[in-house]
Ligand binder design. Structure first.
Ligand code: NAG
Length: 147
């Protein structure tokens, strides 16, 4: 089952990659898209909402996908949510920022979240979500206090 999901996921994404390559095959030299800032690592309590932002410039005709690497799940593609899990959503704002939202996090949401651009070779950047079973208060971007 997990294997099947993995295969389907990578097939879907490979299809997009080919389409991306084709649509960028014009004669005009195109600036390659790139990430402008790292994706943060987030610690969050069970049941809270969390978001991760992927900031990309010069996206052009390329596409952005969010993947939950640990679960081999393709979550979103551009503005579309691909996973059937209704707790996931995506927004695209400021032209360059693709924000993945997870509502009411569960422990199984922990792990690596990868933002991929379908350049060839593919570019990616990851952030890690740690879901903890107790309440925390964020002190600053990197430190949390256990309550
Ligand atoms: C997030 O955590 C990973 C592995 O634990 C680390 O390699 C990476 O540098 C961290 N990213 C940030 C933005 O701190």
């Amino acid at each position: 089952m997990g294997f099947l999901v993995a295969v389907t996921t990578y097939f879907l994404w490979a299809t997009c990659l080919l389409q991306g390559a084709k649509s960028s095959g014009s004669k005009e030299p195109e600036v390659e898209p790139d990430f402008t800032e790292p994706i943060p690592n987030v610690t969050v309590s069970v049941g809270r909402d969390v978001k991760l932002a992927c900031v990309v410039e010069n996206l052009g005709s390329y596409r952005i996908a969010w993947i939950h690497t640990d679960r081999y799940t393709l979550l979103t593609l551009q503005n579309r949510v691909i996973t059937r899990n209704p707790r996931f959503s995506i927004t695209h704002n400021g032209h360059r920022t693709w924000t993945l939202y997870i509502r009411e996090v569960e422990e199984r949401d922990s792990g690596e979240y990868m933002c991929q651009i379908n350049t060839s070779p593919m570019k990616s950047q990851s952030g890690f979500i740690s879901v903890v079973g107790y309440f925390i208060q964020e002190i600053d971007g990197n430190n949390v206090m256990r309550l």
